[in-house]
Design a protein around this ligand. Structure first.
Ligand SMILES: *Cc1c(COP(=O)(O)O)cnc(C)c1O
Length: 426
């Protein structure tokens, strides 16, 4: 039988010789699902085609940005049009102002905005700003929360409810981890206790967790964080890099009606190009250079092509019916996947907000990282591989969310569910 992945495998061999692990971001290597990556040749709407010509319905969407699907004609047109006038200047352009205004209009808590090029940059910068603003060093993050790969955020929980961090990666000095307090997600008392000393600069939290698999905020959790941060003069940072314009127009803060002091945002707002931003209360943002004493900069920050793709994405998402459509597709996919698992007698728990969802292979409920880790990752690996054989491209980890896009049709979802029923059988 012909090898369906011959070309991908050949490229992977070359890749491994020049790129560590053959990939430019580790999860792409597919190690946790026990296979090798398919190298992508092209995308089109809801589908991608790999180097061997295999076609897949894509539920990664570049890990969130492609809420409109691949090669959306209006996005391509916006990039082309902007490109004709130059790709970067290192001097301010009007499109950056439009981008900041568009963010402020959709997320009124972002009174002032600074554009950067990645989510990692946005969270790293927002934390420095919060520390500069408060004059405090400590930060609080949730166990299993992912906020990019800055040293102080690559911190693992110790044992206990609220623990001082230990380095979660080689190369992170103890000093960088020491000021990071790690608490379980959805555990408000743990945050309140950690804040009580009055020496915490910021709480950074994904308002819907998406990087331990999807975990929904418990009723009152976000409101409680808001109240506790206000009480202690701590800056509340919502990391909406994944949820911004994904779970709702204006993000999770609009969906749940809770206002953070600072917001970090990325993925969708770049429209498939590298754009991210952080912003919030004007009195805090005015601490940034050149107005204030907190330094932050970027050669390609506010890049016109990325701004154009992001602005066009926001414009399209503002059209009537988009989030209703995403909710419809998300519901259909989520309910269908859960039903398929039940029919197959596989213990499963489905967590979903809008077009973002995770099927955990455990009975659940999954409410934090500890419960997420009870999922059967070997079973997920089998499910992943069988789905890929059946033409569905899932995120290659149990602890990631799948994303539906506006390019997916009801028929696409049917086809994915058909594949899932086959993949879950026996
Ligand atoms: C993806 C992500 C980041 C990091 O963004 P990059 O652009 O990959 O650096 C930060 N926070 C959250 C919540 C994310 O989902």
């Amino acid at each position: 039988m012909a090898n369906r992945y011959e070309r991908s495998q050949a490229i992977f061999e070359r890749a491994k010789a020049v790129i560590p692990g053959g990939v430019n971001s580790p999860v792409r290597a597919c190690r946790s699902v026990g296979t090798d990556p398919a190298f992508v040749a092209q995308g089109d709407g809801a589908a991608i085609v790999d180097a061997d010509g295999n076609r897949y319905l894509d539920l990664i969407g570049s890990w969130g940005p492609l809420i409109l699907g691949h090669t959306h004609p209006e996005i391509l047109e916006a990039i082309k049009e902007t490109m004709a006038s130059g790709t970067t200047f290192g001097a301010p352009t009007e499109i950056e102002v439009r981008f900041a205004e568009a963010l402020r209009d959709a997320l009124p808590s972002m009174e002032m905005v600074r554009a950067v090029s990645s989510g990692t940059e946005s969270t790293m910068s927002a934390l420095r700003l919060a520390r500069g603003f408060t004059g405090r060093a400590k930060i609080i993050k949730a166990d299993g929360g992912y906020h990019g790969h800055a040293d102080c955020l690559l911190v693992a929980a110790g044992s206990g409810a609220a623990t001082l961090g230990i380095p979660g990666s080689a190369g992170v000095p103890e000093g960088a981890a020491r000021d990071t307090i790690v608490v379980p997600y959805n555990d408000l008392p743990a945050v309140e206790q950690a804040l009580a000393g009055g020496d915490v600069a910021a709480v950074i939290v994904e308002p819907v967790a998406g990087n331990m698999g999807l975990v929904v905020p418990a009723p009152g959790y976000l409101e409680g964080l808001r109240a506790a941060c206000t009480k202690h003069g701590t800056v509340l940072i919502f990391d909406e890099v994944m949820t911004g314009f994904r779970v709702a127009w204006g993000g999770a803060q609009r969906l749940y009606g809770v206002t953070p002091d600072l917001t970090t945002i990325g993925k969708v707002i770049g429209g498939g190009l590298p754009a991210a931003a952080f912003g919030g209360r004007a009195d805090i943002m005015q601490k940034l250079a050149p107005l204030g004493s907190v330094y932050q900069a970027g050669t390609l920050s506010g890049n016109p092509l990325a701004m154009a793709a992001g602005l066009k994405t926001m414009e399209i998402l503002a059209r009537p019916g988009t989030y209703e459509r995403l909710e419809h597709l998300g519901t259909k996919l989520g309910e269908g996947l859960f039903a398929a698992a039940q029919a197959a007698g596989v213990p499963a728990c489905l967590n979903r907000v809008g077009s973002m969802l995770t099927l955990f292979f455990c009975a659940g409920p999954v409410t934090d990282y500890a419960t997420a880790k009870t999922a059967d990752t070997a079973r997920f690996g089998t499910f992943y591989r069988r789905m890929r054989e059946r033409g569905v491209f899932l995120p290659p980890s149990q602890f990631e969310a799948m994303f539906v896009s506006l390019a997916h049709t009801d028929e696409d979802v049917q086809q994915i569910l058909e594949a899932a029923r086959g993949a879950l059988a026996d």
